[in-house]
Structures are given as structure tokens and as C-alpha cells.
Ligand binder design. Structure first.
Ligand SMILES: Nc1ncnc2c1ncn2[C@@H]1O[C@H](COP(=O)(O)OP(=O)(O)OP(=O)(O)O)[C@@H](O)[C@H]1O
Ligand SMILES: O=P(O)(O)OC[C@H]1O[C@H](OP(=O)(O)OP(=O)(O)O)[C@H](O)[C@@H]1O
Length: 236
């Protein structure tokens, strides 16, 4: 079934003063998820325009073939923040990011089934204490997920002392920054290459379609129609 959202038009990139205030905005994450969701966007009838696919482009907001919907291209961690603050009405981001921020303003109705990995605790293969975490009162943890890590260890009665890194967490134990790490694991090859083993899976991760709850209340038909389109594209 086709949903009456808008008719196609010629897409382009948008300078701020050209941006139509009434457009819905979809926040898309740069990087690996964007590549994986490309077929889904196409199946939902959405084609970003201008130089959206040029990774060197300095544009951040783009028209699409749908006159009522623009896309913005932001860092994966920032998609949730743009949507939670209402800057974007809809977005796509990993469940890891949603867990980290735990924004009450975000509703995540659709599992897109891409970006499949897990958030795990890992540590050096030869560290015997890493298996007995609950006997410790404090533990140094290197991670880009301080919220997830703190909550995970607090539930075990352990205070996590966070070393906040944005990448290369796997180096932290061998360089003396932290006893364990909390990071994403997919194949496990990054852990293995750095002498670490996965100790505990905190959560399974896939990418989600997310919606600002207030926007859903104020634009129920428009946003509902996009949800239906994505739902249909997923089941096709
Ligand atoms: N190895 C992986 N396998 C599958 N999905 C992953 C993997 N690593 C990350 N992801 C998913 O992709 C999302 C974006 O990760 P990506 O590595 O593209 O960006 P990033 O490194 O977090 O961003 P930035 O470039 O801003 O630091 C993550 O939030 C997670 O949901
Ligand atoms: O289990 P694996 O298949 O090895 O995947 C896990 C790696 O993937 C992610 O890093 P990414 O490749 O996104 O690099 P980044 O640290 O630069 O974000 C994550 O931070 C791990 O390092």
C-alpha cells in the first residue's frame, strides 16, 4: 500500500536560510549504519538529494525526493540528541546510543535489523579478577558508554571509575588506563587482536527508527505515515 505523504520532486542540498520550517526532519547517522540502511530508505521511497552521498561534502542538511521531508547527516551518537531535543522529528540510531542517553523524549518503535552487535564487558585474557567483578567495590572501566557502564556495574554493587574514550578502548587495559572495557563487539576480532576476551554481554544491539514523542503528538498523521512506510519496507 502506498502512503499519501508527498509527491516526488527534485532533491538538493540546503543552505540554512532556504530550509523550510514546516519540513519533517530525519536525522541519519554518518558511517556504517548509513551504508546499511540505504536499501531500506530506498524501499521506503526516500532518496536524499544534493551531494548527500559525497562523504567530503560540507553540507549537513539535504532535501529529498519527498518535498515534506529533509534529512540531516550527523554523528551516530548525536542522532538521539537531535531527536530528543526536537531538532529532528525522526532518526535512525543504534540501541547502544539509546541505552546510553536513555532520553524519555524518544520513542523507538521500529527495529531495523541492521548494525547488529552487542555491548559487552571485556578484559585481558590473563586477568583472573575480571571474572569476579562482583567481589570488587571499585573498578576502572574504559568506555565511550559511561552511562551504560556505570549502571551495569552499579547493579552489581561495583562503583565504575570511568575513563571516557571515543575509540581504541581495546588499548586501555594493556596501557594501564583501566582494568576492563565496555565496548561494542561484533565478530570479536578487535578484542582478539588486542589480547582481550569478552566477559559479559550487557545488551544486544540493532539500529532503531526513533521518533520525538512530542512531534508524534503534534504531527500524528505525517509521522505515522512515515512509520507505516518504514514498517512496510522492512516486511517487503
Ligand atoms: N562492529 C560493529 N558492528 C556492527 N554495528 C556496529 C559496530 N560498531 C558500531 N556499530 C553500530 O553502528 C553505530 C555507529 O558506529 P560507527 O562506528 O559508525 O560510529 P562511531 O565510531 O560511533 O561514530 P564517530 O565516528 O562519531 O565516533 C553504533 O552506535 C552501533 O550501533
Ligand atoms: O567485534 P568486531 O567485529 O571487531 O567489532 C568491534 C569494533 O567495532 C567498533 O569499532 P569501529 O570499527 O566502529 O571503529 P571505531 O572505534 O573507530 O568507532 C567497536 O568500537 C569495536 O572496536
Amino acid at each position: 500500500m502506498d502512503h499519501p505523504i508527498t509527491s516526488p520532486t527534485l532533491p538538493g542540498s540546503i543552505a540554512p536560510k532556504q530550509a523550510a520550517a514546516s519540513s519533517l526532519i530525519l536525522a541519519l547517522p554518518k558511517g556504517r549504519i548509513l551504508k546499511e540502511v540505504q536499501p531500506l530508505l530506498a524501499a521506503a521511497g526516500l532518496v536524499p538529494g544534493g551531494d548527500f552521498h559525497d562523504e567530503d561534502s560540507r553540507h549537513l542538511r539535504f532535501r529529498t525526493n519527498q518535498p515534506g521531508l529533509d534529512v540531516v547527516r550527523v554523528r551516530p551518537f548525536d542522532v538521539a540528541t537531535f531527536v530528543a531535543h526536537g531538532g529532528a522529528h525522526i532518526g535512525i540510531c543504534g540501541a547502544d546510543v539509546l541505552m546510553e542517553f536513555d532520553y524519555p523524549e524518544i520513542y523507538a518503535p521500529l527495529d531495523l535489523g541492521v548494525g547488529r552487535c552487542r555491548v559487552s564487558v571485556a578484559g585481558p585474557a590473563d586477568d583472573p579478577i575480571a571474572d569476579e567483578v562482583s567481589r570488587l567495590s571499585r573498578l576502572t572501566v574504559a568506555t565511550k558508554y559511561p552511562g551504560i557502564a556505570r549502571r551495569h556495574f552499579a547493579a552489581r554493587g561495583v562503583q565504575a571509575e570511568i575513563v571516557h574514550l571515543n575509540g581504541a578502548m581495546e588499548l586501555a587495559p594493556s596501557l594501564g588506563l583501566a582494568r576492563v572495557i565496555v565496548d561494542l563487539v561484533q565478530t570479536g576480532s578487535t578484542l582478539k587482536a588486542n589480547g582481550l576476551v569478552e566477559r559479559e554481554v550487557i545488551a544486544q544491539v540493532t539500529s532503531r527508527l526513533i521518533v520525538n514523542r512530542t512531534a508524534l503528538k503534534t504531527e500524528p498523521e505525517l509521522i505515522g505515515a512515515w512509520l507505516a512506510r518504514f514498517r512496510e519496507a522492512l516486511s517487503a
